[in-house]
Design a protein around this ligand. Structure first.
Ligand code: FAD
Length: 467
């Protein structure tokens, strides 16, 4: 029987990063993955393929602005969806192959099959052909991730009534895509098909899209996406989703109790994700799982069984790849006797639409609810030389700082390249910078990053220079 110091169940960004860090720290490490490709949701049906399609559709949308730049295209510009999806798959395959390379490089043993607990120190791996083997391990890390959620009355047929997984490999551009749920995944994939020519309607139960983020970001993103042609039905509760042939009918009730009917040909159900523990037999190891299927952990990510830890989407907190990665590293270092720490307040959130949306720290709504005395400084992208040169004028940066100490408490931004710009805010907040600190740092000109400096200037005595 194979014996390991640490065995990780699940090869997503949480699991594979945990495996690499365990190997670096000298542990004999194994990783179990039920699919034939490594990388989990993120690499196979999440972050990477969605960003590949966002990039392709962004290029297509950009061509409409070529004329503004004095670029003339003779002949038709057409979409070859099969090729676009093929490119996405090639990137996925290459990235997943990269994870396999990293496993081999770090001498990590990869087992392909479903991992299920036999006891707190043994896991059975069952392969697709039904054969199985049991491995022994001193410590085990559960990194089994999540799966798309659904509403109880919706029958997902995975052809016309689909989840994000199918939306990443459609064979045609929908005529009318009805997106149920205005969270990050629904809005990103909605924008992909909007750019490719679909009519896109978003039905959201809450009164705004991306409801977890600062309300000013929701408002600006809604404005920008409406300009691009996306339609929104916020404060609408979906009542039914029915398919008849190639048609999909979505009925939803608005705040006044009226029922609206949307006739589409595809409906993307993106109402969140649920932790995934099916087939894991966690109870056999004494690991407590909540009713929602989430693994219970303490502040050290330790489960109710002392040698078993859990990380990523299967535990509490934001369902984000980089949060899973931080947790993977943290558990490996705890096992090695180190004292790592994660500041969950400083895990940034990003929406990869165009304009991009990014945030870290507290929202204005949270600061108000917590009774914190704060000040705010904002700066619009349209006042930046770089934004004018590039033609990307939508958006702003908003900095929230403590009214007395000036410490930065939250940074919220929407506009070109915000997914990368947010890193500056994370660094600043990690080192507990004040808005004044940021405003006194030199920012290269002309860059989009200048909006951060200007917003920091605006946060104290409204000193922004270019408005
Ligand atoms: P997962 O990536 O879900 O991996 C879990 C792995 O465990 C899977 O491979 C699964 O097959 C395997 N597994 C499960 N049970 C067993 C078992 N019993 N035995 C063996 N193997 C098992 N996050 C971001 O940060 N940025 C983004 O841009 C982003 N975009 C996204 C876009 C989409 C469309 C989706 C769906 C998600 C996106 N996410 C994004 C979220 C991100 O994918 C997840 O937060 C991340 O993958 C979680 O990592 P994980 O390691 O916890 O689990």
């Amino acid at each position: 029987m194979s014996q390991f110091d640490v065995t990780i169940i699940g090869s997503g960004p949480g699991g594979y990063v945990a495996a690499i860090r365990c190997a670096q720290l000298g542990f004999k490490t194994a990783i179990i993955e039920k699919y034939s490709t490594l990388g989990g949701t993120c690499l196979n049906v999440g972050c990477i393929p969605s960003k590949a399609l966002l990039a392709s559709s962004h290029h297509y949308a950009e061509f409409k602005h070529f004329a503004d730049h004095g670029i003339e295209v003779s002949g038709e510009v057409k979409i070859n969806l099969e090729k676009m999806i093929g490119r996405k798959q090639a990137i996925v395959d290459q990235t997943s192959g990269g994870v396999k390379f990293l496993m081999d490089k770090n001498n990590i043993t990869v087992f392909e099959g479903l991992g299920s607990f036999e006891s707190a120190t043994s896991v059975k791996v069952t392969k697709a052909d039904g054969s199985s083997e049991v491995i022994e391990s001193k410590n085990i890390i559960i990194a089994t991730g999540s799966k798309p959620s659904n509403l109880p009355f919706i029958k997902l047929d995975k052809e016309r009534i689909i989840t994000s997984t199918e939306a990443l490999k459609l064979k045609e551009v929908p005529k009318h895509l009805v997106v149920i749920g205005g969270g990050v995944i629904g809005i990103e994939l909605g924008q992909v098909y909007l750019r490719l020519g679909a009519q896109v309607s978003v039905v959201e139960y809450m009164d705004r899209i991306i409801p977890g983020m600062d309300a000013a970001l929701s408002k600006e993103l809604t404005k920008s996406l409406k300009k691009q042609g996306m339609k929104f039905y916020t404060s609408h509760k979906v009542q039914s989703v029915e398919r008849s042939g190639d048609a999909v009918t979505v009925k939803a009730e608005n705040a006044k109790g009226e029922i609206i009917t949307l006739e589409g040909d595809y409906s993307l159900v993106s109402v969140g994700r649920r932790p995934y523990t099916d087939g894991l037999n966690a109870e056999k190891a004494g690991v407590k799982v909540t009713e929602r299927g989430m693994i219970e952990v303490n502040d050290h990510l330790q489960t109710s069984a002392s040698n078993i830890y859990a990380i990523g989407d299967v535990v509490r907190g934001a369902m984000l790849a980089h949060k899973a990665e931080e947790e993977g590293t943290m558990v490996a270092e705890i096992l090695a006797g180190q004292k790592p720490h994660i500041d969950y307040n400083l895990i940034p959130g990003v929406v990869y639409t165009w304009p991009e949306v990014a945030a870290v720290g507290k929202t204005e709504e949270q600061l108000k609810a917590e009774g914190v005395d704060y000040k705010a400084g904002s700066f619009p992208f349209k006042a930046l030389g770089r934004a004018r040169a590039g033609g990307d004028l939508d958006g702003f940066v908003k900095i929230l700082a403590d009214a007395k100490t000036d410490e930065v408490l939250g940074v919220h931004m929407i506009g070109a390249r915000c997914a990368d710009l947010i890193a500056e805010a994370v660094v600043a907040m990690e080192f507990r910078a004040s808005a004044e600190d940021i405003s006194r740092m030199s920012h290269a000109h002309p860059t989009y990053a200048e909006a951060i400096k200007e917003a920091a200037l605006a946060a104290t005595d409204n000193r922004a220079l270019h408005v």
